[in-house]
Design a protein around this ligand. Sequence first.
Ligand code: ADP
Ligand code: ZN
Length: 430
Amino acid sequence: MFWQKDLETISKNDLAALQAQRLAQTVAWAKAAPFYKDRLSGVDAEAIKSPEDVRRLPFTTKDDLRGAFPFGHLAVPKSQAVRLHASSGTTGTPTAVYHTKRDLQNWANLVARSLFMAGVRPGDVFQNVVGYGLFTGGLGMHYGAERLGALVIPAGTGNSRRQIALMRQFGVSVAHLIPSYALKLAATFKELGLDPKRDTKLKIMIIGAEPHTEEARQRIQRAYGVRAVNSYGLSEMNGPGVAFECAEQNGMHLWEDCFLLEVLDPESLEPKAPGEVGEIVLTTLTRRAMPLIRYRTRDLASVLPGACPCGRSHQRLSRISGRSDDMFIIKGVNVYPMQVEAVLMGFKECGDNYLIELDAAGGADQMTVRIETTENARTMSSDEFERLAGKLARALRDEILVTPRVELVAPGSLPAGPGKAERVRDQRPR
Ligand code: ADP
Ligand code: ZN
């Protein structure tokens, strides 16, 4: 079952031809943007004959977007742009992205295609539990779900009890949430004496917008009795609808008719082979208002080798292991928060929320992992707590090669909001 069978199962050759044609078009469009005018002046769009020709084009970085803020990347007269979005600014000054009417239609179609692939159907009741506004997960997912034909509840974030009430009153079958919030909401269900498996009609959860581990996904699936589907997107590439899991849940199909994918070594910028983790670099292939060429996402993933049993030919991305800027260095070792999460979530005594704190209070760099325990741990003795903390510290050391301090804290005591979770707090002097 496909939303657009021809495009979703397109052959390698046809895809290459389509990408080449769209890449040439994109370069021609981009030349109208002040930012690309000089950078692309030596590039003949008509000479682009294959998707590999992208390798001759310059990169675009997040700093480039900031430098050209607010209009430097606009490639159409401002009067033709009908919407702007801005990134949430997780890692600095926000950046703006523009869309024409057509761009918005394309985007909604990509989200509809993604949702359909994940198993959502007309008739489903879709609760969109993410921020509306500049964040692209709100309107982006909203219009896509409407386009598909679902009944959309624009719930937005906050007020967990109200979210639960909406889910129950309207027989919500699909919900879109950030994974850390999905786990927090599961705890609220419990507090209310409700079991999402019994007391809701949820069958699919779309989770994305922040890094999470397979273990976190399993917890969400167990808590809600749903299929939890990984959704990857970023404002610079519209937002949701860039790469999405199919019902096989074995990696995220990246929509290659609309985005040209490269996975590169972040240092040498040489291509990585399938299976090797590198930085995702994306070029828009259909966006008119704001074409972006070789945008360095700083997100790390690999292309999964082999074909997907679902029949879609678009390459699959692995789970995003983190962004290169999430990485921190402690005692000379590179650590990604997802490595820590994977260890913690493997312990049934560990709850769903954790925070990594880095400081130099004792003179040397120090890493503390604070993890909420589960409710069952309330009955543990202080000896048992100590033994568990020791076990966790050793398991973490085996994974990250540094022994952190582990602090077990009560359920619900760490900060948790509806937005992207803060996982690392670095208080070391710069
Ligand atoms: P910001 O970059 O300010 O957070 P965005 O809302 O555009 O703004 O966030 C996009 C980023 O969110 C991606 O570049 C990626 O780092 C992260 N992200 C989005 N979806 C996922 C996902 N499914 N798994 C892991 N990380 C994701
Ligand atoms: Zn598939």
